[in-house]
Design a protein around this ligand. Structure first.
Ligand code: ADP
Length: 295
């Protein structure tokens, strides 16, 4: 019922005393390899919640690709749409210092080989999905092709991350467009003079989407559609690691919208799932089941 179209990455993380300067070599701790990438994160989050979820993505024919497929399958995600080969699996090389500051190099690898022809070949999968959720760690042309091939009556959800200006055709399909503060500022560009997130939500809505959700970290979220802006109250938790919280929020929102919840109701569920995801380390490892968040 839910199709996620997006990236799958292996996150390679090394703790260091100090991040290296140009030309410098530093010794770090043991390497940790985590399944990640926004598309795979969303699919795993939805699968853990019990949503019937499939992923359209591309990984390499390598160990990182197998790690990702294993994590997806363990969460109950249908991986028939995960294409294999064409380039190495995407990786993020992450060094983290003791203060938590990091330096990251991303190699998109196979993610950038998920091309419009792959979407056309997956039209039966698209048409079997009531909700289709995408992000921007794959080529923009691929996301455009998704929008052009949606089944009538299906719903398109977009988290434009990493943010960039979006074609009108993509904006018009979003229901909702889901942004955090940084993404809202980049997409609004010069139009973003106000410091009030409710203004961003209204300005984004005026740019074409049918609805907009602005996530505000520990402050909760805003839902904006033709009937105005509504605040989704925050869920108070002890935050340990916010990695992947936005992906968990988006997955839960897509799941609840697909199940027929009204937007504010769906966003309140998503806030519970996002809050649960920040109480544990990691991204996919931190995602709750529906029972764990009382849904
Ligand atoms: P992103 O991870 O994309 O930057 P946010 O930081 O806005 O997005 O987080 C997404 C959602 O996760 C928030 O709207 C909120 O529901 C939840 N969340 C994130 N951080 C916290 C926190 N510290 N406490 C409670 N909920 C949080």
């Amino acid at each position: 019922d839910l199709l996620v179209v997006g990236s799958a990455n292996a996150d390679l993380v090394i703790g260091v005393e100090r991040r290296p300067a140009a030309g410098e070599t530093v010794l770090g701790g043991d390497l940790a390899v985590h399944p990640g990438g926004k598309g795979a994160n969303q699919a795993v989050a939805a699968g853990r919640l019990g949503a019937r979820t499939a992923l359209l993505a591309r990984v390499g024919d390598d160990g990182h690709g197998r790690l990702l497929l294993d994590s997806l399958r363990a969460a109950g995600v249908d991986t028939a749409g995960v294409l294999v080969g064409g380039a190495p699996t995407g990786v993020a090389l992450i060094t983290v210092d003791p203060s938590g500051d990091n330096s990251i190099v991303v190699s998109p690898g196979a993610n950038f080989r998920l091309v419009p022809a792959d979407v056309r070949a997956a039209v039966p999968l698209l048409h079997a999905s009531r909700v289709v959720s995408a992000q921007l760690e794959i080529p923009l042309e691929t996301v455009v092709e998704v929008v052009r091939n949606l089944a009538p009556g299906s719903r398109f959800v977009l988290n434009p991350s990493p943010p960039r200006p979006l074609p009108a055709e993509v904006l018009a399909a979003c229901d909702p467009l889901i942004v955090n503060e940084h993404e809202a500022r980049v997409i609004l560009g010069d139009a973003c003079a106000s410091e009030d997130p409710a203004d961003w939500a209204r300005l984004l809505l005026a740019a074409g989407p049918r609805s907009v959700v602005v996530t505000l970290g520990a402050e909760g979220a805003l839902v904006c559609d033709g009937s105005g802006v509504r605040r989704v109250p925050p869920v108070t938790v002890d935050a340990v690691d916010t990695t992947g919280a936005g992906d968990a929020f988006t997955a839960a929102l897509a799941w609840r919208l697909g199940a027929g919840d009204a937007p504010a109701e769906a966003a309140a569920c998503a806030a519970r799932v996002g809050a649960a995801a920040v109480t544990k380390r990691g991204a996919q490892e931190s995602y709750p089941t529906a029972a764990e968040v009382g849904l």
